[in-house]
Design a binder for this molecule. Structure first.
Ligand SMILES: NC(=O)c1ccc[n+]([C@@H]2O[C@H](COP(=O)([O-])OP(=O)(O)OC[C@H]3O[C@@H](n4cnc5c(N)ncnc54)[C@H](OP(=O)(O)O)[C@@H]3O)[C@@H](O)[C@H]2O)c1
Length: 223
């Protein structure tokens, strides 16, 4: 059976750049109308939209801080007024490193909250909002980082690793709870992806996460 995406409507959080932008452009290539979400970087979101339009698809940009549940609700209200409904929701946004990147003994409670709220609470609030717009079934996808939440080897990842693990758990509960409505819920775990915030990590951490090796080095992050 051939599945066509043409004419479907999607919202991708964090699609001003990085992996979210890639998802937005790939969906646009398949005729999907795309809501491009950003936080601070309006120019980048406009650039994504221009690239969506170059692919003969339509869309709009919408700003929201996913740490603020009322912002999330406002974002979905905009989607409702622009598209009238939603077929695909991708939860992809993630705060910048300084907002959460600290080892277990040093992470502040604000950093912990930024990690957990941006992934677990934001996914909970967003998935519920998305479902209200998915009257004919739909697809909900959470972008996670499975390796980071399992190994514990990059110590300053503790907040984000724990947050992603909580989000993955939520994905399972929503998948069971929404199956009868024709809405699938899945997590996708990309590997190391260039041109992202990860490129700003210390070289040893980049090597560890990406699987690259350098001679004669110890990663201080592991100590
Ligand atoms: N990069 C990798 O190698 C990799 C690997 C596995 C999984 N992932 C996952 O893939 C997803 C995307 O990662 P990426 O590296 O492509 O991201 P990125 O390039 O760092 O972009 C982050 C995105 O999140 C938005 N954002 C930041 N803080 C926000 C906030 N408080 N509220 C709402 N949006 C916010 C940014 O908006 P502005 O542009 O407006 O700031 C931007 O669109 C993340 O969930 C990440 O954990 C990444």
């Amino acid at each position: 059976m051939t599945v066509t995406l043409k004419g479907k409507c999607a919202l991708i959080t964090g699609s001003s750049r990085g992996i979210g932008k890639g998802i937005a452009l790939k969906l646009a290539e398949n005729g999907v109308k795309v809501a491009i979400h950003y936080y601070r970087n309006e120019a980048a979101a406009k650039d994504t939209l221009a690239n969506v339009q170059k692919r003969d698809a339509s869309g709009f940009i919408v700003q929201a801080d996913v740490l603020q549940p009322q912002d999330i609700s406002r974002m979905f209200e905009r989607v409702r007024s622009e598209f009238g409904g939603l077929d695909i929701f991708v939860s992809n946004a993630r705060p910048e490193l300084p907002e959460f990147f600290q080892p277990p003994m040093d992470i502040t409670l604000d950093q912990w909250d930024a990690a957990i709220d941006s992934q677990a609470k934001a996914f909970l609030v967003s998935a519920r909002e998305a479902v209200r717009l998915m009257s004919g079934g739909g697809r909900i996808i959470a972008i996670t980082y499975g390796t980071g939440s399992r190994t514990g080897s990059v110590l300053p990842w503790v907040g984000m690793g724990s947050a992603k693990a909580a989000m993955e758990s939520l994905v399972r509960y929503f998948a069971v709870g929404l199956a009868k409505r024709g809405i699938t819920v899945n997590a996708v775990s990309p590997g190391w992806t260039e041109d992202s915030v990860l490129n700003s990590l210390p070289p040893q951490a980049q090597d560890l996460i990406s699987g690259r090796r350098r001679e004669c080095r110890r990663a201080p992050l592991l100590g």
